[in-house]
Design a protein around this ligand. Structure first.
Ligand code: HEM
Length: 518
């Protein structure tokens, strides 16, 4: 009897081992109902194929090979990449009720403390924050309240470039940070080293353990996982900065100095959230908006300047319009938008060709869904990379603002249109999560590029040793959380004595207005 029991137990043990091996080999395996994708290997799936840099280029390569809708397996997780405009329109747009979550990611939840509304899941609190932000940043509200600030700040930018053109990187960072700081906190950044220019924290969570995809990693003790401590530190450091920012506004208000910023309106009770926020959540809400507004826009402006310096003919075309509408008497303002359509073409082409986030910000689907017979499983991470959605354009890798002649509207008009093949670009994302600052961003870029082109010839710098123009490398980008051009050198030469005089005069006229925000 005993040998029979032993044999039976042995059999059970072998079956258990076989089951576990089978389970292990299936872990990371692609379900046949999913969109196609690169072959998987056990456990990792496709995780070993993800490059540390240039993910947008890899996405493009995979979409050419496996189709415009492809999938990746990262351990237990699924990633779906949409490089198809119809799919983006149908899923991210029309079905946005289930495609508006953010990916499950324990590390960023710790790093943001669940308080950065750009990374919140689609909770009632996210909806409440989004509502307040989008009302304040709606076109009419911006054109009523923020427009004079934007015009004045861009006048200072042009003046700064006249005085110290070599510092153009810093000047461009200052102006976007200052406009965002006035709009959100009611304070400005008068110089490149002032508090509100340098406030933006650069704390990024860095590399970390992908617990959602490989659940076994959660058993690694905290002391062996420095990323966990880093994420906690990140939350504390960033929150401290934004709490301090909110307190500065409160102190100013206590001294009887009430202004018309978003923070002032919330703190005065004029604006209320449908779901109340704690003081710390409120600080992080303001901070998220400032962060979203400042560096994204300056990175884009630096792209516009880089490409303009390399393309004198594009500058020339813009100036034909500028000279006709404004002459040498005045700089362009937003009121000239309709009469200067080529500036809008330049903005669109920069955003299309070099979006700050070429893979886009991922969404997550909240339940199983189907598209063209393909399964999009619950909790899959959804990318719709702007870079891969350029296919309707002829010669998409070439910089050519002319391609947007005949498309005179702003990005939001095309994003909301059912004519998805005519959409200009996807640089602001899509669906219910589309960039909440899109109207401010469009106006900031237009005002800056319009004034720069009116005021200066933008040319590559001259090498002091050779006396020749330096080469500007259009592919030299720093690939971080945001893509921005690596440092480069250009010259800003005033177009004439008269242009320089107008710049000086305009600056004198706005100096006192801007001082009110210091
Ligand atoms: C050229 C400038 C800008 C670009 C290219 C840009 C791009 C983006 C993108 C791609 C997203 C993700 C959209 C999605 O998930 O589908 C986003 C979200 C966001 N942006 Fe912008 N953005 C810019 C300027 C701004 C400005 C000026 C602000 C605020 C003042 C802002 C605040 C935000 C916020 C708060 C979110 C998160 C929205 C949410 O998750 O509901 N951005 N932006």
């Amino acid at each position: 009897m005993r040998p029979l029991i032993t044999t039976f137990c042995g059999l059970i043990a072998i079956l258990c081992v076989l089951f576990l091996v089978h389970k292990l080999l299936r872990f990371g395996h692609r379900d046949k109902r999913l969109p196609p994708g690169p072959p998987t290997i056990p456990i990792l799936g496709n995780a070993h194929l993800i490059p540390s840099h240039g993910l947008h280029l890899k996405f493009k390569e995979w979409s050419d090979k496996y189709g415009n809708i492809f999938s990746l397996k990262i351990g237990a997780g699924t990633v779906i990449v949409l490089s198809d405009r119809r799919a983006v329109h149908d899923l991210i747009g029309k079905r946005s009720a289930i495609y508006s979550e953010r990916p499950l990611d324990n590390n960023s939840e710790v790093a943001f403390g669940g308080e950065n509304f750009a990374f919140l899941h689609a909770t009632p609190s996210w909806r409440a924050q989004r509502k307040v932000a989008s009302q304040y940043l709606a076109p009419k509200s911006i054109d009523d309240k923020i427009a004079p600030i934007q015009e004045a700040e861009t006048c200072q930018l042009v003046h700064d470039l006249l005085e110290t053109p070599d510092q153009f990187f810093a000047h461009i960072k200052r102006v976007t940070a200052s406009i965002a700081a006035i709009a959100i906190f009611g304070f400005r950044a008068p110089t490149v080293d002032s508090h509100w220019t340098t406030i933006n924290p650069t704390c990024e969570p860095g590399s970390y353990l992908p617990i959602e995809q490989f659940p076994i990693l959660k058993y690694i003790p905290d002391r062996w996982a420095p990323s966990k401590a880093r994420a906690k530190h990140c939350y504390r450091a960033v929150t401290a900065i934004w709490v301090d920012a909110r307190k500065r506004v409160e102190k100013r208000r206590q001294n009887g100095d009430e202004r018309s910023s978003m923070a002032d309106r919330v703190l005065s009770g004029e604006v209320k959230f449908d779901v109340p926020l704690t003081p710390t959540q409120l600080s992080n809400f303001f901070g998220t908006l400032h962060q979203g507004g400042a560096d994204t826009t300056s990175s884009m402006v630096l792209t516009h300047v880089l490409y303009l310096a390399k393309h004198p003919l594009v500058q020339h075309k813009a100036r034909l319009e500028l000279d006709c509408v404004c002459g040498t008497e005045r700089m362009p303002t937003w009121a000239d938008f309709k009469d200067l359509p080529y500036i809008n073409c330049i903005i669109k082409e920069g955003l299309r060709l070099r979006p700050v986030s070429p893979v886009g910000v991922p969404h997550r689907v909240s339940r199983d869904d189907w598209f063209d017979g393909l399964l999009i499983p619950k909790d899959a991470t959804i990318f719709f990379p702007p870079h891969a959605l350029n296919s309707p354009f002829e010669d998409p890798e070439t910089y050519n603002p002319d391609r947007f002649l005949g498309r005179p509207k702003l990005a939001m008009d095309y994003a909301g249109s059912p004519d998805y093949m005519n959409r200009d670009h996807y640089a602001y994302g899509g669906g219910r999560r589309i960039c909440v600052g899109i109207h401010l961003a469009e106006r900031m870029q237009w005002r800056i590029v319009g004034k720069l082109l009116w005021a200066f010839e933008i040319k590559p710098a001259v090498d002091e040793e050779t006396g020749k123009s330096v080469n500007l490398d259009l592919d030299a980008y720093v690939d971080g959380f945001l893509m921005q051009p690596a440092p480069y050198k250009v010259r800003f030469t005033p177009r004439s004595e008269k242009h320089a005089r107008i710049i000086q005069q305009d600056f004198k006229n706005i100096e006192d207005f801007l001082k009110k925000w210091e």
